[in-house]
Write a protein that binds this ligand. Structure first.
Ligand code: ZN
Length: 162
């Protein structure tokens, strides 16, 4: 695969695994370019068949293109990051990824998306996000509403300021 193509895939993914959504910045290992339909099944090395995958998802997915929906035991294809919408097939419940459809559930199962190490990592990320959001809230509260909003323009002494 040429560098330019790999770069296109990386940029398109916004620095996240296109299966479990974990940001590349949180893991020391570089994310890999995954053939969504593996080459052994005739999948081509073209942008429409390539996705960015974290080492975990890439390893568990391997050359798989289908899996069993754990609810119905029906054989279904796996999630396709180029043609499927993530939010249609998956959702987060705390740190856990749940399949919303047969395709989502089969993909969660085949890619083992909720192993203990992944759950711990996602919990850490959720904590960091919460700390970040709290900080933003605190700063907004401290700074208050904009002091020089349009309503003050042209007034030398805002009425409610000492
Ligand atoms: Zn992943």
């Amino acid at each position: 695969m040429n560098r330019e193509l790999a770069q296109t895939v990386r940029e398109g993914a916004g620095g996240r695994c296109e299966y479990c959504r974990i940001p590349q910045s949180t893991l020391p290992l570089p994310f890999q370019i995954d053939h969504i339909v593996a080459e052994k099944h005739g999948g081509q090395t073209v942008p429409g068949n390539l996705a960015l995958a974290c080492p975990h998802c890439n390893r568990y997915k391997g050359p798989n293109i289908a899996g069993l929906d754990p609810n119905s035991r029906q054989l279904v294809r796996l999630f396709h990051p180029r043609t499927d919408l993530w939010t249609e097939h998956f959702e987060f419940e705390g740190p856990r990824i749940l399949g919303r459809t047969a395709i989502g559930r089969a993909t969660v199962h085949v890619l083992a998306m909720n192993t203990d190490d992944l759950l711990l990592l996602r919990l850490e990320l959720l904590k960091k996000e919460e700390v970040f959001l709290r900080k933003i809230c605190r700063e907004t509260l401290r700074k208050g509403l904009p002091q020089s909003g349009p309503q003050w323009r042209g007034q030398s002494q805002p009425a409610n300021r000492a």
